[in-house]
Design a protein around this ligand. Structure first.
Ligand SMILES: *Cc1c(COP(=O)(O)O)cnc(C)c1O
Length: 352
């Protein structure tokens, strides 16, 4: 606290990202990074970019990347917005499209950055409880609101929502923006991108950090009606003209072009997830259905906090949330490569 701080800074409760430990040799299953490296074609593109041209600013509009993303999804370039990670894209979305007189709605168990953005931008919000199966129940969102946002699959639960439910919500809620945060969609959840041309109030956000294995590059994007995208561009151009540097744009374009690598690695993650779910169930864990590259699981006889601490003592780190109370005994475990998943199972067998 300091008299030099603005009143806003005094009031903020910042987001706390999962730990990035300095220690080597940890089995790191706590922040949903991809266990496989980026495509070799991405690495080659980054090396080619390390040149004298770094003297020059990048393209402020990232036009080549926007065109590549638009082409990939069969959309127009003016339906694409890109940013420095989807967290930055989401920040602009909150400020540009979700601040209205009525409260913003999102699930009570969800991405913990959402209330942080509300605090930063002074947005009123209400949380809507997940149902008994930890699902987002669409009917509970059919009430006055200034916007709706949820991840699909949800985080940290991993539970996917069928596309028919997303569409039912869009049909019933036409007066405010509905944001579907599809950070993990490539791991087996139905995407709402196919609905973008039909619903002018739908915005879908994606990231290169998970399924494209480029968390370190910081690239995310939003897809939606050109009018929604225009609002995001107005915020971006009032904040930072160059959110994507030359490496980010070149690497992201190369990643889209290597479809074979993308398909192969995401399938490997899905196969490893199904194997890990079966292994955990054989130890007595209850595992929620997952359409993501992580699972949310609890053991009926062991407290979540103790399990997380016991794993850490064996150099395996997973994510444990202290609130809300309903998820106190759950662990969020990122799907690792086969040897990491084996190390997790070995450590759990020792603990139980
Ligand atoms: C990881 C994640 C993001 C943000 O990812 P970036 O690395 O900022 O692109 C957004 N939403 C959810 C639900 C996430 O888990």
């Amino acid at each position: 606290m300091s008299v030099y701080w603005s009143e806003l800074v005094h009031r903020l409760t910042p987001y706390v990202p999962g730990e990035q430990p300095k220690l080597q040799n940890l089995v790191k299953l706590n922040t949903n990074e991809n266990p496989f490296g980026p495509s070799p074609k991405v690495l080659a593109a980054l090396q080619a970019e390390a040149s004298e041209s770094l003297r020059l600013y990048p393209d402020p509009d990232s036009s080549r990347l926007k065109s590549a993303i638009a082409e990939y999804y069969g959309l127009q370039a003016n339906q694409v917005f890109v940013g420095n990670g989807s967290d930055e894209v989401l920040a602009h979305v909150f400020q540009a499209l979700l601040k209205h007189d009525q409260p913003l709605l999102f699930p009570d168990i969800s991405y913990s950055f959402y209330p942080v953005y509300c605090g930063l931008y002074g947005i009123e919000f209400e949380t809507v409880p997940l149902n008994a199966q930890f699902e987002i129940a669409i009917d509970d969102y059919l009430r006055p609101n200034g916007g709706i946002i949820f991840p699909n699959p949800n985080a940290p639960t991993g539970v996917p929502m069928p596309l028919s439910d997303v569409e039912r919500l869009l049909k019933a809620n036409t007066h405010s923006v509905v944001v579907v945060d599809e950070a993990y969609v490539d791991f087996g959840t139905q995407s709402a991108v196919s609905l973008v041309n039909q619903y002018p109030n739908l915005l879908v956000t994606h990231t290169y950090s998970k399924s494209r294995s480029l968390a370190g590059l910081r690239v995310g994007y939003a897809l939606g009606n050109a009018t929604l995208i225009q609002a995001l561009i107005r915020i971006k151009d009032s904040f930072n003209s160059y959110p994507l540097d030359r490496f980010a744009e070149a690497g992201a374009i190369a990643a889209i072009q290597d479809e074979a690598y993308f398909e192969q690695t995401r399938q490997q993650v899905i196969v490893a997830r199904e194997a890990l779910v079966a292994d955990l169930q054989s130890l007595g864990f209850e595992v929620l259905p997952s359409g993501a590259n992580f699972i949310f699981a609890k053991h009926p006889k062991h407290a979540g906090e103790q399990l997380a601490a016991g794993l850490r003592d064996q150099a395996v780190i997973v994510r444990h949330f202290k609130k809300p109370a309903r998820i106190l005994d759950f662990l969020r475990i990122t799907i690792g490569n086969p040897s990491q998943n084996q190390a997790l199972m070995q450590a759990l067998r020792t603990l139980l």
